[in-house]
Write a protein that binds this ligand. Structure first.
Ligand SMILES: C[S@@+](CC[C@H](N)C(=O)[O-])C[C@H]1O[C@@H](n2cnc3c(N)ncnc32)[C@H](O)[C@@H]1O
Length: 193
């Protein structure tokens, strides 16, 4: 079984040189992706599923999909610094890491994932994650879609709605995307462990 985590950012650019310092205090908020990567890396060996992180850069001059099967990462990511270094290298020179980057619009990305996956859109207005039907969760690959420091745009939500995602919530409050990822995994772990 594959678990895809698709996170979209409208602020991260590939045209600016990334350094540790600019990531930590930077306006582009690459740190959001770093924390998500670190959290998912920590969860990936706890149960039997393949984790694939899909970062989407939705800035109009980017429209880039970065697909990272976590099993392909050769150096362990064990702390925030290592996660940040990975993101810096990735955004400066993805080719050297052997990571697949594709230019495509959001709709094409969703179409490419939709064939083998059930879509779950993370939003506080969705139904509580604990109410999901376990049998249907186990019947297909899963793709969890969320915003980064900002929600998906209205246009992205409209596009996503055509794929009929299940809207799920992890609570009434707004959480950091990296925390949402951990809460999802906590729930999945109770089902798949
Ligand atoms: C930091 S939040 C986005 C910004 C936030 N809406 C705000 O107040 O500006 C990052 C993403 O995590 C997901 N998220 C945050 N809180 C959630 C919740 N309670 N339930 C489900 N998803 C949530 C959403 O996909 C959201 O776009």
């Amino acid at each position: 079984m594959n678990f895809f985590f698709l996170i979209s950012s409208s602020t991260i650019r590939t045209s600016t040189l990334k350094k540790i310092k600019t990531v930590v205090s930077g306006q582009e908020r690459v740190d959001v992706f770093s924390r998500i990567l670190l959290n998912l890396y920590r969860w990936k060996n706890r149960y039997d599923a393949k984790f694939v992180v899909v970062f989407y850069l939705s800035h109009p001059e980017e429209n880039l999909t970065i697909t990272i099967p976590l099993d392909l990462i050769s150096s362990p990511i064990e702390n925030e610094l290592e996660a940040t270094k990975f993101m810096v290298n990735l955004l400066n020179s993805a080719d050297e890491l052997g990571i697949n980057i594709e230019k495509q619009d959001f709709s094409s990305l969703l179409s490419s994932l939709a064939s083998g996956c059930n879509f779950f859109y993370l939003t506080s207005s969705g139904k509580d994650i604990s109410q999901l039907d376990e049998d249907s969760i186990k019947s297909n690959n899963l793709c969890f879609i969320l915003g980064s420091q900002m929600d998906l745009t209205d246009s992205q939500e409209e596009t996503l709605s055509t794929f009929d995602p299940t809207l799920i919530s992890v609570g009434d409050r707004e959480y950091l995307a990296s925390h949402v990822v951990s809460i999802i995994n906590h729930y999945l772990y109770t089902i798949f462990k």
